[in-house]
Design a protein. Structure first.
Length: 386
């Protein structure tokens, strides 16, 4: 068992604390927070190992444990030290586990590890609800036994991380509900669409690919993929007669059609949350043009959000490659020609370059979405008479 040499004493405890506190404050990922907590606890009290267990929501009875250099393992929620702490909600300090019936020596026998001292505490949230259990094993310094001071230190670390965990968990819940809202809206917008939402999905797939080629981070690419499908959400407030019109729109009709970006923005703008906010910006700016001739605001160049600049390319690409009531789908070489001509006019020149270099990949991904949608389409209806 590899040990981190951990000098003890108040000065080192202080620097341990400040280095961990900074990292914990910046961390929003629950698994990484748990690992930080395990490291924090171990270094703070000079334990050989520190593990963190959380109740497993799926099977209810087991604990997912996080430990250094140990894959997630599961143990029964009601047995062993962690189980006792979880059931009683109290700390447990045992310096002679061999003589304690709460200690389950089966794991030691399995792993060949020799447990000599254990300190385990509940991790509680701000309302005192149990969040999980932190368990430190084998004091490596001094007497080799855990003290009440160790217990207090670990308690402080657990309380601090408990707060960070709660924030992270709430953040995850919020993002999950935002994803649901966006999906629901994209689907609602699709009900009236000419092609049962395949436009939205193809735009999502093409935007994602363009974002990746452009060098957006993985995180931003994912936000773009999730939020680009709702770019036309404002269309649900536009009369079908316009969408289905088999000829050019007249001035009045065109004026109505041009309100769809602002309508979409108004539907989504009420949230400061990242995903909804990004969806709002994309809906608002997807018909802006690089040279400032777009609508609704006539924004120029970089003033148009990168997500909207990318979605604009994906949108026009997919529109031109699709039949419309007033025209048939364009041939690919005609589409490519338009993108060459509009480079630096309608489109961000850098992105248009990326588009032109990767047309084949984009056509491929567009077709893949198309095919998948066709396979998933409802089977032909049985005859009406029975
Ligand atoms: P859409 O058909 O999905 O087209 C999205 C965007 O792709 C258009 O934004 C435009 O930039 C490009 N695009 C689509 N079709 C053509 C085309 O035939 N030629 C060229 N050069 N570009 C094309 P835009 O122009 O702001 O239009 C927004 C929406 O307004 C269109 O979405 C469509 O639903 C409607 N619309 C535009 N023009 C007409 C029209 O002549 N007749 C009818 N019925 N609707 C139209
Ligand atoms: C939409 O998803 O509202 C439009 C479908 C299409 O552009 O064909
Ligand atoms: C539509 O899909 O009917 C309108 C698309 C757009 O405005 O981009
Ligand atoms: Fe649009
Ligand atoms: Fe569109």
């Amino acid at each position: 068992m590899k040990k981190d040499p951990t000098p003890q004493g108040d000065t080192s405890a202080e620097s341990t604390i400040s280095s961990y506190i900074n990292r914990i404050a910046a961390e929003r990922d629950i698994d990484r927070l748990l690992l930080l907590l395990a490291g924090f606890g171990r270094d703070l009290i000079g334990a050989d190992r520190c593990t963190v267990g959380l109740p497993d929501e799926k099977d209810g009875t087991l604990w997912s444990k996080v430990a250094h250099a140990v894959p997630r393992i599961k143990i029964p929620r009601t047995s062993g030290i962690a189980g006792w702490v979880a059931t009683h909600g109290e700390a447990l300090l045992i310096n002679d586990p061999g003589n304690d019936e709460r200690f389950d020596s089966a794991v030691d026998r399995l792993t060949g590890y020799h447990t000599q001292s254990i300190l385990a505490l509940p991790i509680k949230d701000a309302d005192g609800r149990m969040f999980g259990v932190i368990q430190a094993v084998n004091k490596t310094t001094g007497s080799g036994t855990f003290s009440n001071a160790d217990r207090e230190h670990l308690q402080l670390a657990a309380a601090y991380v408990g707060q960070a965990l709660e924030t992270a968990r709430r953040q995850e819940e919020i993002e999950a509900s935002q994803r649901e809202i966006i999906l629901t809206m994209a689907e609602a917008g699709e009900v009236r669409s000419r092609e049962a939402g395949r436009h939205a999905r193809r735009v999502a797939a093409c935007s994602r690919l363009l974002g990746e080629f452009h060098g957006l981070s993985e995180d931003e690419t994912e936000v773009l993929r999730l939020c680009s499908p709702t770019h036309d959400i404002g269309i649900i407030a536009i009369p079908d007669s316009l969408l289905q019109k088999p000829s050019k729109l007249d001035d009045t009709e065109w004026a109505i059609m041009k309100t769809h970006p602002t309508l979409g923005y108004d539907m989504l703008k009420h949230s400061e949350r990242r995903l909804l906010h990004s969806a709002a910006i994309i809906a608002w700016q997807h018909h802006e043009r690089w040279d400032g001739t777009g609508y609704p605001c006539g924004l120029v160049g970089d003033a148009i959000h990168i997500y909207a600049r990318i979605t604009a390319l994906a949108d026009v690409f997919d529109a031109l490659a699709s039949d419309r009531p007033w025209r048939k789908a364009w041939e690919m070489n005609r589409i490519v020609k338009l993108f060459e001509e509009e480079r630096g006019k309608h489109f961000d020149p850098g992105l248009a370059g990326i588009f032109l270099e990767n047309v084949d990949a984009l056509v491929k991904i567009r077709n893949a979405v198309q095919d998948r949608a066709e396979k998933q389409a409802a089977p032909p209806r049985p005859p009406a008479e029975r």
